[in-house]
Ligand binder design. Structure first.
Ligand SMILES: [Zn+2]
Length: 335
């Protein structure tokens, strides 16, 4: 038994946590899922655990997909991102109309024929053939990049993810990466998180730096595995132009607005897509919120000046990588 606020009667009341199994019908098959909910002993109303990520039907779909070896929604999305394709581009390549792919990535149950197509294009060789055959509508640069990378993957029999990592710089975990492997998804989601209500590009670079370094300071490991370099205006993620370009032009999940301040022209980024917060652990999420709050009132100039006082910045030169060793001296304190 626990005490909590009931969303129905809005009183602080005793809530009974009920765990049970339910059988749901998925394509004529009964799938058993564990269901958790709360019951308010004050008014008798039952409601879902607000912290639970999946509703019973989504859970049943996951179970069904597991049973038949079908791809899960996040696997579909990850595969598409790995190829650097937008939903629209991949749909066009495989000849699917409208919102089909987007529905699958968001949890709808795919039909069998569609699942076979998705499984097929996991293989770089099939993807390569598809792009050669149907890929003429793709932007020239993207088409050529994919053909080059996919044919390398086919010839060398190495996996496409390795090649993808190489595109963004292949890092082995070290003190320069905060003892983590580069996780592009997390990095991209952090960018979307900070750019939710619009943020200047130069401030954004520093927010990402502070998130990774703060997490390293508190937990001895970075969030994204990104390296940071000493740039003229402060610490920046290594390769940041490449990351931003991918989000703006390929994923179309960032929108750019140019803002004029007299003689100076600034770029403001807005996230078009909500960040996927599920990818972060509790400690990572906590640090992200902390950093966002700490710098809330700082404009681009103020955060630049603040970052220039970091020891890791002072003791390095333009172009140097800033080691996470300096995280201990970060000017943002322990929680
Ligand atoms: Zn109640």
């Amino acid at each position: 038994m626990m005490k909590g606020v009931c969303p129905n009667c809005e009183k602080i009341s005793e809530l009974e946590h009920i765990i049970t199994t339910e059988e749901l019908n998925v394509k004529g098959e009964l799938i058993k899922v564990k269901v958790e909910y709360y019951k308010c002993l004050e008014c008798g109303e039952e409601f879902e655990d607000p912290g639970s990520k999946d509703d019973p039907l989504s859970k049943a779909y996951r179970e069904y997909r597991r049973k038949y070896g079908m791809m899960q929604p996040e696997e579909i999305r990850d595969m598409r991102k790995l190829y650097g394709l937008t939903q629209k581009e991949l749909s066009k390549l495989i000849g699917w109309g409208g919102a089909t792919l987007s529905r699958y990535e968001n949890g709808a149950l795919q039909d069998d024929a569609h699942d076979r197509v998705l499984q097929l294009i996991k293989d770089p060789e099939s993807m390569y053939r598809l792009i050669v055959k149907n890929g003429n509508f793709l932007p020239e640069g993207k088409k050529n990049r994919l053909i080059e990378e996919l044919s390398a993957a086919v010839e060398e029999k190495c996996s496409f993810p390795n090649i993808f990592q190489e595109r963004f710089g292949k890092y082995e975990p070290s003190i320069e990466t905060g003892y983590n492997k580069l996780n592009i998804d997390k990095l991209f989601d952090i960018i979307k998180f900070f750019a939710k209500d619009g943020v200047f590009k130069s401030k954004l670079c520093k927010l990402i730096f502070y998130a990774d370094f703060k997490h390293f300071k508190d937990y001895a490991v970075s969030i994204t595995g990104s390296k940071y370099a000493h740039a003229d205006h402060g610490p920046v993620p290594d390769n940041y132009e490449h990351y931003f370009a991918t989000l703006i032009h390929d994923e179309k999940s960032l929108r750019v607005e140019e803002v004029n301040f007299g003689e100076y022209l600034g770029e403001k980024y807005y996230a078009v897509i909500e960040p996927e917060l599920k990818v972060f652990s509790d400690s990572e999420l906590e640090v992200l919120l902390q950093v966002k709050k700490f710098f809330k009132e700082y404009n681009a100039t103020q955060i630049r000046e603040f970052s220039h006082n970091e020891r890791g910045y002072n003791e390095t030169k333009v172009g140097d990588i800033i080691s996470y060793e300096y995280a201990n001296d970060l000017q943002i304190g322990y929680k």
